[in-house]
Design a protein around this ligand. Structure first.
Ligand SMILES: Nc1ncnc2c1ncn2[C@@H]1O[C@H](COP(=O)(O)OP(=O)(O)OP(=O)(O)O)[C@@H](O)[C@H]1O
Length: 363
């Protein structure tokens, strides 16, 4: 396998007037990887993606595609495909024509692209057959064979998104860039499309860069997550790296389904960590649970029974609020009861109170 990453951003800064939207962003997209660009609204994800695509240019810094500087190459010349949340399908064209469009633009003359006259245009017969074959392959890959003659208005959201993907796939691009492609779909379909996209990524073997503000989507799909905060890369790593060793307090707060417990200096329950007097301590609710021999004591305030687990909201003697998770069969005591909680010291995170950066290893 080649060691040259498919795409690299090196020290990319983008300013719009006085506003610095990207600040010295370094991102490396390994060949064959599935990278999620994850961050809150306005952190610069779409701008990063547009710069990767060649739809926007950095104010400073370099964009390398397979090792070559592509600053002056257009999106078309880079042969990268971009898929947007809005699908961007042509309503008057059929599914087949929508998917075929990038190839038709590339291979046919203007005359050859015209629906009726095109049949008689010189030299277009072979090109047409080639396009039809390529569209057929893509349609099969995406399960669209039965829908090729429909217009976009006759499709569901998930089907439209598949057509938009088909149009990207048919070009056989070197890189796929996807900007929140599932955000217009309902929750169930989104989860289904997640696994379809992962399967598609495996089949193509091409790198995917996927923009999302949904950490669970990034965790479920990506092998590399780049967390962006305020126009900077806060951390890049595997989902496991980010979950187990968040580089900063902000990343710790962003990653994980259950909001992590933070304890400001001096407010952590007794016994949690020796540095708790001067540092910020963090512990995920799923790493804190009722145990008869537990060393943390707190009073139960509320309990949410969710079937497979019970989410407990408690208050420690220090005054700190904390959340813990008990198994679904936990016998929930009355509110106000004292509860002993156990934790694994290896799961405790320590952050510098001033900078928010991670300090050392977990105790
Ligand atoms: N063409 C532009 N001119 C001026 N400011 C812009 C332009 N494009 C983006 N911005 C600003 O840059 C910042 C980052 O925008 P960007 O769209 O990259 O963020 P994002 O993380 O993708 O957000 P969202 O998730 O809401 O799409 C925002 O503050 C936005 O207002």
């Amino acid at each position: 396998m080649s060691t040259t990453p498919t795409l690299e951003l090196k020290g990319v800064t983008r300013r719009f007037g006085p506003q610095t939207v990207l600040d010295r962003v370094d991102v490396s997209i390994p060949s064959g990887s599935f990278t999620a660009l994850l961050g809150a609204s306005g952190c610069g994800k779409s701008t990063t993606l547009r710069i990767m695509a060649g739809l926007d240019r950095p104010s400073e810094g370099a964009v390398l595609l397979n090792g070559a500087d592509v600053a002056d190459r257009t999106a078309h010349e880079r042969n990268v495909a971009m898929v947007f949340q809005s699908y961007a399908l042509y309503p008057h064209l059929s599914v087949e024509q929508n998917i075929a469009l990038p190839l038709a633009m590339r291979h046919l003359t203007t005359l050859g692209r015209m629906p009726f006259v095109g049949r008689f245009a010189p030299g277009s017969g072979e090109a047409r057959a080639k396009i039809r074959r390529a569209v057929g392959e893509v349609a099969e890959m995406l399960g669209l064979e039965q829908l090729l003659h429909r217009k976009p208005a006759q499709l569901s959201g998930g089907q439209k998104q598949r057509v938009a993907l088909g149009r990207a796939l048919v070009r056989d691009p070197v890189l796929f860039l996807l900007d929140e492609p599932l955000s217009n779909l309902d929750a169930r379909l989104r989860v289904k499309m997640r696994s379809e996209l992962v399967a598609l990524h495996k089949r193509t073997g091409r790198p995917f860069v996927y923009v999302t503000h949904d950490q669970s989507e990034a965790m479920a799909m990506a092998d590399q997550i780049v967390v962006m905060i305020g126009g900077r890369v806060a951390q890049a790593g595997t989902p496991q790296d980010l979950y187990e060793r968040p580089a900063s307090r902000e990343v710790a707060g962003f990653i994980g389904t259950n909001a992590i417990n933070f304890f400001e200096p001096g407010s952590a329950p007794a016994g949690l960590h020796p540095a708790a007097g001067s540092a910020v301590i963090a512990l995920r609710p799923e790493h804190l649970s009722p145990a008869t021999s537990g060393t943390v004591e707190a009073r139960l305030e509320t309990a949410e029974y969710l079937g497979s687990e019970v989410v407990l909201a408690l208050r420690a003697e220090s005054g700190a609020e904390l959340r813990a998770i008990a198994p679904g069969n936990y016998a929930i005591p009355a509110p106000g009861s004292a509860v002993r909680l156990g934790f694994d010291p290896a799961q405790v995170h320590v952050f510098d109170a001033a900078s928010g950066q991670r300090i050392g290893e977990a105790a």
